[in-house]
Design a protein around this ligand. Structure first.
Ligand SMILES: [Zn+2]
Length: 289
């Protein structure tokens, strides 16, 4: 299609321009893999791909800006424990929490803030590696972790949240749209768990959502389908739509197409409308630049 005949850029691009022009601090986000698991693909996408095994990374987000270092989700700490109780799990040397910090040039004591999207084992098992940090967990998630629904009990282990940390190291977020810092906003995205939260980050490429397990794969994002392990399907579907409405780009915790230590070019959240109009995500990426 000739450039002159193309429709006007979507609202997502307008938000990106606003992010560039805003005085709000901008942050650099690096995808850091802290562990791997082999799971049934239906766990990644509700009602899809039963019986297919897939190897998935565990992406944490290392965020730097405004004079602060922030980590969203802290990954797997003990692959043997995961392998014994749940599914095959492994880590390369650079995929342990210390190995990953070393590649980043960070130390355990240089991290100011840790945000947990939720408290499943692969999102908080290295919390105790950061004794200097302030932690942000949604209050509903904190309470749910004390007595989760039966299918999710194995996913919670309170030892990850304990020594050398204590209750008062955790800020329990009650509000939706909670600003951790200017340009870092927590929004509620329940479904996978009742207290699941995602982080909106102001970046050079617009608003990036670090979405935890609210949605796990690019095809799921395109179809508006949440992950396959759910506390509430209806809430999960609403949360995917919410992220698409509020963010330009997305870093999903188990996205198999992200590169280790990737810092830009995270997938656009516009994928579903492009699917509906018959273009491919690659066309969209080129068109949006
Ligand atoms: Zn989870």
């Amino acid at each position: 299609m000739p450039a002159a005949d193309r429709p006007s850029p979507p609202a997502h691009d307008e938000r990106a321009v606003q992010a560039h022009a805003s005085k709000t601090p901008r942050y650099r986000v690096t995808a850091v893999n802290v562990g791997n698991m082999r799971v049934d693909a239906s766990e990644m996408s509700y009602g899809r791909d039963f019986g297919c095994k897939v190897d998935i990374p565990v992406w944490c987000a290392a965020i730097e800006g405004n004079g602060k270092r922030i980590i969203v989700d802290t990954g797997i700490s003990d692959p043997q424990w995961v392998s014994r109780l749940m599914c095959p799990s492994w880590q390369l040397p650079e995929e342990t929490i210390d190995g990953a910090l070393n590649v980043l040039g960070w130390t355990r004591n240089s991290v100011d803030i840790v945000i947990n999207s939720h408290l499943h084992h692969d999102h908080c098992a290295n919390n105790s590696a950061f004794p200097q940090a302030e932690f942000f967990v949604n209050l509903a998630e904190w309470e749910y972790s004390q007595s989760p629904i039966a299918p999710q009990r194995v996913l919670y282990n309170e030892s990850w949240l304990a020594h050398p940390l204590g209750l008062f190291d955790y800020t329990l977020v009650k509000d939706d749209h909670h600003d951790v810092l200017p340009g870092l906003r927590l929004i509620r995205t329940p479904g996978h768990t009742p207290g699941h939260q995602s982080l909106l980050v102001n970046t050079d490429e617009g608003v990036l959502c670090v979405s935890g397990d609210a949605v796990n794969t690019r095809s799921s994002l395109a179809e508006g389908v949440p992950c396959g392990l759910l506390w509430s399907t209806a809430h999960g579907i609403e949360s995917v739509e919410r992220i698409r409405a509020l963010a330009d780009r997305i870093l999903m915790c188990h996205d198999g197409e992200i590169r280790p230590f990737q810092e830009s070019g995270f997938p656009l959240t516009t994928a579903v409308s492009d699917v509906e109009t018959g273009t491919t995500p690659d066309d969209t990426e080129a068109q949006h630049g």
